[in-house]
Design a protein around this ligand. Structure first.
Ligand code: ATP
Ligand code: MG
Length: 258
């Protein structure tokens, strides 16, 4: 059983541009946890020019997905190395195949996921956000020219380094990323939702019409949480409430990032 097991093992899922990176950064501001962002791991391989990086470069530009086995090898190794440290995965798993492989890996350690949180953001608002997004590639920090601009135009708040627009943040590639979300990632969400329905139940939160309050916390152990909202700042109080309530022992961040 997982009694007395307070380790955070959480997935943050959502369509491209749903704000996974923004929410992860906010959590890192609060807590001393490890966030593994699959896209950032791939972009780091691209920068270093590794074999995986060469392949990833082509796949990402085309708006496709890397093979499940490659992703499992990359992320699974990191997850294993974390041992009992609290972790959050952003962008992995993203297919049912990857989810089954991750579940199997955890199973060998006698562990299970604690929470799968889906950031359910209406598609209408997303393309606009993607086109306005500037990224600090080495850290994965993202800015939005309207909602969350950098302090100095074109520069990362923390390092002062240049911000760029990701090559896959254009309307055409975005359409393909969205299509692969529907085709590959939604079935994965269905897998976890079904699993939750059969055991701990599902928590549905509408951030647009509800204030973050005790009544929106559910039982507190639902594996699957659907968090619907339009903007990161609307979603954040709910996510923070859920995380702080479920993982009351999380160590606080040592140094607050900017
Ligand atoms: P956003 O950064 O807005 O959340 P995203 O989820 O599409 O958008 P990333 O997570 O940064 O972007 O991933 C960028 C690209 O890297 C994906 O479009 C895909 O090609 C590849 N990729 C990332 N994670 C995976 C994965 N788990 N499996 C297969 N390919 C992946
Ligand atoms: Mg991201």
């Amino acid at each position: 059983g997982q009694e007395g097991d307070t380790q955070m093992r959480m997935l943050l899922v959502g369509c491209p541009g749903s704000g996974k990176g923004t929410q992860s950064t906010r959590l890192l501001n609060e807590y001393d946890i490890t966030v593994i962002a699959a896209g950032d791991v791939l972009r780091s391989h691209i920068r270093r020019g590794t074999e995986i990086g060469k392949r990833a470069d082509e796949v990402i530009k085309a708006g496709g997905l890397m093979p499940d086995e490659v992703m499992m090898e990359l992320i699974g190794t990191e997850v294993e190395a974390l041992g009992d440290r609290d972790w959050l995965l952003d962008g992995f798993p993203r297919t049912s195949g990857q989810a089954k492989m991750l579940d199997a890996l955890l199973e060998t350690k006698g562990k299970q996921l604690k929470a799968v949180v889906n950031l359910d953001v209406p598609e209408e608002v997303i393309l606009d956000r993607i086109l306005q997004r500037w990224t600090h590639v080495p850290s994965g920090r993202v800015y939005n020219l309207s909602f969350n601009p950098p302090k100095v135009a074109g520069k990362d708040d923390v390092t002062g380094e240049a911000l760029v627009q990701r090559e896959d943040d254009n309307a055409e590639t975005f359409g393909k990323r969205l299509a692969s979300f529907h085709k590959q990632t939604e079935p994965m969400l269905h897998h976890y939702r079904t699993k939750a329905e059969a055991s701990t139940g599902v928590l549905d939160i509408d951030a647009k019409n509800t204030k973050a309050s005790a009544s929106t916390l559910g039982r507190g152990d639902e594996l699957y949480v659907n968090l619907r909202g339009d903007e990161s700042k609307q979603i954040w109080p709910h996510l923070f409430q859920i995380v702080s309530h479920r993982f009351p022992n999380l160590p606080k961040a040592k140094v607050k990032a900017a």
